[in-house]
Design a protein around this ligand. Structure first.
Ligand SMILES: [Zn+2]
Length: 175
């Protein structure tokens, strides 16, 4: 089983909206398994289907290695058609994205989030996350709406990112 390619910024496909998952079939299960393999080899915590070019509304995550986090026991978990039903509080913390490798920035997110969706068998589930888990939920659901964490930055920080990015690209081209 091969790994999937994670689309990287500024790939325009990352800005596309995902569609509701309707067919919970063998193909979807295979896609989920491949995504977990890709997540682990990339050492990421969460991955939205749209990041691997599959415009279906679901994401996977695994926080079992995050021992200091409130939801460290959770994972591996798949949520199909996730929807945020409740949020509470606010937290500003570092955030990164497998589609923007090496970039981390402080972003404000709700501190506690309750999600509803379906598990990989199609059974209704509700999941609550705090801190990192809540941040991950919001980040992945943004991906499914075609929104990157860059859109959550202040205009000034976004400007700094874009300037750094252009410079890196230029350097890479002249090498
Ligand atoms: Zn991401």
């Amino acid at each position: 089983m091969s790994y999937l390619e994670i689309l990287k910024y500024p790939n325009a496909q990352l800005l596309e909206k995902s569609e509701v998952v309707k067919n919970i079939d063998g193909l979807l299960q295979k896609q989920i398994d491949k995504m977990f393999k890709t997540l682990y080899v990339s050492k990421g915590l969460g991955l939205a289907a749209s990041q691997v070019g599959c415009l279906q509304s679901f994401f996977i995550y695994d926080l079992s290695t995050q021992k200091d986090e409130p939801n460290h026991g959770s994972g591996p978990i798949v949520i199909l058609n996730p929807e945020i039903v409740e949020t509470e509080g606010e937290e500003i913390a570092d955030e990164g994205c497998l589609s923007i490798p090496g970039y981390f920035e402080k972003i404000s997110r709700a501190y506690r989030v309750q999600l509803k969706g379906l598990d990989r068998e199609g059974k209704e589930i509700r999941i609550e996350g705090e801190g990192l888990a809540a941040r991950l939920f919001q980040h992945e659901i943004d991906h499914l709406s075609g929104v990157l964490m860059l859109s959550r930055l202040s205009p000034l920080k976004r400007d700094i990112f874009l300037r750094k990015y252009k410079k890196q690209k230029k350097n890479a081209e002249t090498k």
